[in-house]
Design a protein around this ligand. Structure first.
Ligand SMILES: [Zn+2]
Length: 278
């Protein structure tokens, strides 16, 4: 089965991970911009990071047979530094216009503050001006309030909901989330976030339409093969092939196709490691 990993931070992963992902059938991925583990102090650090994921990481992935795209944004965890937000947003255009950038993201709320709302609102305006789809990160705490406030900002901005991938849903947000026109992300983690069992239950309750499953692996305890484990579990748990295909391929394909730059190649041949020097 060909799989698209729609949300993964390969910046923090190893070449072993790329090889394992390829062996397991993952052929394309999207890397949203994230928090690096420590707050950045300079706008230039953001720009170098955008440059790295858009260029070096895409080249690295290709050597292992995976077509790698990005989403560029100022993440919510660093939004309290408003002068830095303004400086980065003023210079972010060239990275959003890069051929490998297929969305703006991830943006949204972390601690539900006014500064986070400011950064989110401004970036929705930027995405609307560039006709880019948007990846929104729901906060990991106070989820029902988080989704309420997120939807309020989206609706006040008048941003089209079918161009939004609202990620990190749980059982607590699904009722509210299904009342929107957004694509709904479920993130599977080994310890925190969802398990394959919980995904299976949500899919059985809600159906697979508009649901996008990701592993969202980063430098924490996470798993670049989460999606593969979800596929195996859903098969054993009695979900049909068509349902699984929507969750790990077709829905992500439909969402990212809102960007004309999203043209994933699923037949890239991995290089012999002796052929690349760096
Ligand atoms: Zn993420």
């Amino acid at each position: 089965m060909t799989i698209i990993e729609p949300h993964i931070h390969m910046y923090s992963r190893t070449t072993d991970d790329y090889q394992a992902m390829y062996r397991a059938g993952i052929r394309a991925c999207v890397e949203p911009s994230f928090w690096l583990g420590q707050d950045r102090r300079y706008a230039g650090t953001f720009f170098d990071y955008f440059n790295l994921i858009l260029n070096f990481e895409t080249t690295r992935a290709r050597r292992f047979g995976i077509d790698h795209y990005c989403a560029v944004a100022y993440n919510p965890k660093e939004a309290e530094n408003r002068p830095l937000v303004d400086e980065v947003l003023a210079g972010m255009g060239e990275y959003l216009d890069h051929p490998r950038c297929v969305a703006l993201g991830e943006i949204g709320f972390n601690n539900l503050t006014d500064n986070e709302e400011y950064a989110c609102r401004r970036q929705l305006e930027i995405a609307a001006g560039r006709n880019l789809p948007v990846i929104i990160h729901l906060p990991h705490f106070h989820k029902p309030e988080g989704i309420r406030r997120t939807m309020k900002v989206i609706r006040e901005a008048g941003f089209p909901e079918d161009r939004i991938y609202l990620d990190h849903n749980t059982e607590d947000t699904m009722d509210q989330a299904r009342d929107t026109g957004c694509w709904l992300g479920l993130t599977v983690y080994p310890i925190s976030k969802l398990t394959p069992q919980r995904v299976s239950h949500i899919v059985r309750t809600c159906g697979p339409d508009r649901l996008i499953v990701s592993g969202s692996a980063d430098w924490g305890i996470s798993d670049p093969l989460s999606l593969v484990k979800v596929v195996d579990f859903l098969k054993r748990d009695g979900h049909d092939e068509q349902t699984i295909h929507k969750l790990v391929f077709a829905n992500a394909m439909a969402f990212y196709s809102r960007s004309p730059r999203w043209k994933p190649e699923f037949d890239i041949q991995p290089l012999d490691p002796r052929e690349f020097q760096r």
